[in-house]
Design a binder for this molecule. Structure first.
Ligand code: SF4
Ligand code: SF4
Length: 213
């Protein structure tokens, strides 16, 4: 008798657990907002924003239009994984900023980053942030480097080409700036010499003055 009781008791438990399981499935089917499992790779309807706290130290992002290329973030980084290049000489074709400061390279090597947050603290413009994104998977180490100017992994062809072109433009700008300064110096010197010559000409010649007696 007790054997029969235990047999039917187990059937009862299994039936109950199936009903409970199906109940949960049914609930998530009709109320998908409650799903807490994040499907890997899914960006659509991802509940990441809802479940990851604001202060999470995820993959960085940069507000490029605010950055003044001061390098404070790179200096603060204990593992030296931030690198930037650019110019303060004006607009270049491949720049990412419209004002005088133009960034042409701003990369962060996530292979080395320890997510310590030290880079965001000293930023005078508060423009480098640690985001909510946490997926660091990449096929190569090169893909583990993030281009903060495009907000994408570093592209060894497109980004490298853009950067090389920017570098040429920056070199041209630097040469033009140097030339302009040299011309300005020469013009200033010539003006000074002309002024001195005019002054000397206007000055009465002491030797021609009549002498007494
Ligand atoms: S989080 Fe830390 S290790 Fe990563 S880039 Fe910023 S300062 Fe460097
Ligand atoms: S500290 Fe801020 S403003 Fe300076 S280079 Fe870094 S991100 Fe740009």
């Amino acid at each position: 008798m007790s054997l029969l009781k235990s047999y039917f008791g187990r059937i009862n438990e299994v039936a109950k657990s199936i009903i409970v399981g199906l109940g949960i499935t049914w609930r998530y089917m009709v109320r998908p907002d409650e799903i807490v499992t994040i499907q890997y790779g899914s960006k659509k309807n991802s509940p990441v924003e809802r479940y990851i706290p604001d202060r999470h130290r995820g993959i960085h992002y940069l507000e490029t239009e605010k950055c003044i290329m001061c390098g404070m973030c790179a200096k603060a980084c204990p593992v030296d994984c931030i690198h930037m290049e650019g110019t303060r000489d004006g607009e270049v074709e491949f720049g990412w900023q419209a004002d005088k400061v133009v960034l042409t390279r701003f990369v962060l090597d996530l292979n080395k980053c320890i997510f310590c947050n030290l880079c965001t603290e000293p930023c005078p413009k508060e423009c480098i942030h640690m985001g909510l994104e946490f997926d660091l998977a990449a096929y190569t180490r090169a893909n583990g480097v993030k281009n903060l100017l495009t907000d994408q992994p570093w592209d060894t062809t497109v980004d490298a080409e853009n950067e090389a072109a920017s570098r040429v433009t920056i070199d041209e700008l630097a040469a033009a700036k140097k030339k302009k300064k040299a011309e300005e110096r020469a013009a200033k010197k010539a003006a000074k010499e002309a002024a001195e010559a005019a002054k000397a000409k206007d000055k009465p010649d002491n030797d021609d003055e009549p002498t007494d007696g």
